[in-house]
Write a protein that binds this ligand. Sequence first.
Ligand code: MLT
Length: 303
Amino acid sequence: MYQIRTYNSISVKGLDRFPRDSYEIASELPNPDAFLLRSQKLHDVEFPETLKAIARAGAGVNNVPLARCTEQGIVVFNAPGANANAVKELVLAGLLLGSRDIYQGMRFVDELEPQEGLDPLLEKEKKRFAGSELRGKTLGVVGLGNIGSLVANMGLDLGMQVCGYDPAISVEAAWRLSSRVQKMDNLNSLFAKCDYISLHLPAIEATKGLINESLLAGAKPNAVLLNFARGEIVDKQAILDALNEERLHRYVCDFPANETLGHPKMLQMPHIGASTAEAEENCAIMVADQLIDFLENGNIRNS
Ligand code: MLT
């Protein structure tokens, strides 16, 4: 009987894949063959001797101590692409939040008391919430993997000009990417050219703090920066400075931090990019299939 120890937020539909007569699945199991988790950080978790695999129901694996897994011969699975559409759709919301005063206008309406003369008041105040259109603007996509390539193609569908930068694009992602996406040689030229910049990079050593002061100093004035990738890839102080000095128009992100809470030019969400019923189910099913194939047949695959 295999033991699978689960951590937070795993879709029940994914767990249904494990044949009940061969698998015990619970959050407390003494001798787990595998861990199955979503965003739980494992850096301080001790690995039992029985552990053979860790399956992360999502794309990023920065919550898993990969070096320790390699040392101890523990296989790590993830779910590349399984939640890409959910993230892409939230980037669409992010682009609109960056270009229109949707959030500010709705907060204004929410805070109104019922009153005589509501219509004239709305007519008068709506001038404060005028925005601009995405069509005709330039979108820069940094990282052209599963999510970035979908976002780049979506930008074209919105009538935007799209530039992309990725030093190591996979063959599959390159196939999916429209030939109308202009490939940039470096990040500096992308930042200098784009009205909207959307980040789709993993949090690895090479990307930590990559979006820094010198890059932002050369950004197109009033650009909107979107981060639905990971908080670690940006230098938060550099972003705060660029917003406070009115060089950046807005920062829309899925990774709030203590030092950025309440900033009027930051639109921050609680890491919900992959939080749709469909994405959660896709991720859980993808990692469940990989785990079963590994435990029962010894196969190691990553899709
Ligand atoms: C991912 O890395 O794919 C997301 O962070 C998934 C999640 O929100 O669980």
